[in-house]
Design a protein. Structure first.
Lengths: 183, 182
């Protein structure tokens, strides 16, 4: 059971955005700008970074929902998502994405863990300043979302099937603040 | 030097916010609500939580920028803030704030570190669900801000009085109208 009285049956961050809409609206706007609006990284790549960080933070809700979104967005290459979660090598991952995922993994530990070599590797494989900025901010943002969702012990569905519609929704309509009336 | 080419002369989070105003806007609107809007937790308490988490994350810029604000709101001196950071349980602060800082400290390690006993303690000292929610979210938010600032290798003035001296103007300015160039 959650640590605070959120609406029953509503999972993860949705229950928190309904509990505290004043902060929820800005968090959903941040997610939409960061993960969907124009960036040199595709929405699929950005969801993959979010999935990687959530997996490393052991946040089952965020990992499963963003993995589902990433699988939708990668289409026939959806296997790359499972390879990243399980830390398996895959030809579906470019050297540039590998370097950016490495930076995201460092940010997950601590901002200070990112080294000049991590940055140089990413730049050597074609990453520009925007790629690096967006990678760091996505990793930082999910270091927040993961703690928010688990720190309040929100409902986490255990059946993987329950995340598929969430993934479809995130892939098609993006991040829309949940509202009580439309639930 | 920062890891990416940021506008020059802007310390800490100012550089990344000037680099990418599209994400700065929701981040600042979020900070305004979380740290400044009407709340049963005072602005001092909320800045203190942000300062403590930034200290645990060893983020020099954030712990001093927000420590300066906490000091300004509490009308105390720098050693007082430093004592709270180093050992909240031993500091002369209300028991409820100690309980909330304990929750914030667990969130800093990872969301799953928050225990039922910590939540029960805060509630027994009068913390409401909204206060517990806001404590967790403030701590989580600073785990983001700290990583954003340090993950891009931004620079920070080393003179701690720089932050204390700026705090009154920052408290006046707020976050919603935050101008990274000012």
């Amino acid at each position: 059971m959650a640590h605070i009285a959120v609406e029953e049956g509503v999972p993860g961050i949705r229950s928190l955005a309904l509990f505290r809409p004043e902060t929820g609206v800005h968090l959903y706007e941040l997610a939409q700008v960061l993960l969907r609006e124009p960036s040199p990284l595709t929405p699929a790549e950005r969801e993959l970074i979010a999935t990687h960080v959530s997996a490393r933070n052991n946040c089952m809700f965020c990992m499963s929902s963003h993995a589902a979104a990433a699988r939708e967005l990668f289409n026939e290459n959806s296997n790359v998502v499972d390879c990243v979660i399980e830390n398996k090598p895959t030809p579906l991952l470019s050297d540039k994405m590998k370097a950016l995922l490495n930076i995201a993994g460092k940010v997950q530990q601590s901002g200070k863990a990112v080294t000049q070599k991590d940055i140089d590797d990413a730049k050597a494989h074609g990453a520009n300043d925007r790629d690096i900025h967006d990678t760091v901010l996505i990793a930082a943002t999910f270091s927040m979302f993961n703690r928010y969702v688990d720190g309040l012990a929100t409902l986490t569905p255990t059946d993987p099937k329950e995340y598929e519609p969430m993934g479809k929704r995130l892939a098609t309509v993006g991040y829309v603040t949940p509202k009580k009336a439309s639930n | 030097m920062a890891h990416i080419d940021l506008p020059e002369g802007l310390p800490g989070i100012r550089g990344p916010m000037a680099f990418r105003p599209e994400t700065a806007k929701p981040l600042n609107e979020f900070a305004e609500i979380l740290l400044r809007s009407d709340n049963s937790l005072s602005r001092a308490d909320r800045e203190m939580i942000g300062t403590y988490v930034s200290y645990l994350n060893d983020c020099f810029f954030c712990q001093n920028a927000h420590g300066g604000l906490a000091q300004h709101y509490m009308k105390c001196d720098m050693p007082f803030i430093d004592n709270v950071k180093a050992n909240p349980e031993a500091a002369p602060i209300p028991e409820k704030l100690k309980a909330l800082l304990a929750i914030a400290g667990s969130v800093q390690k990872g969301g799953k570190h928050v225990t039922q006993a910590q939540v029960d303690r805060a509630k027994s000292l009068g913390a409401t669900d909204i206060e517990i929610h806001d404590t967790v979210l403030i701590s989580a938010a600073f785990c983001m801000f700290n990583r954003y600032v340090d993950g891009l290798g931004t620079s920070a003035p080393q003179d701690r009085m720089f932050y204390v001296n700026r705090a009154p103007a920052r408290a006046e300015e707020g976050y919603a109208n935050y101008n990274p160039y000012s």
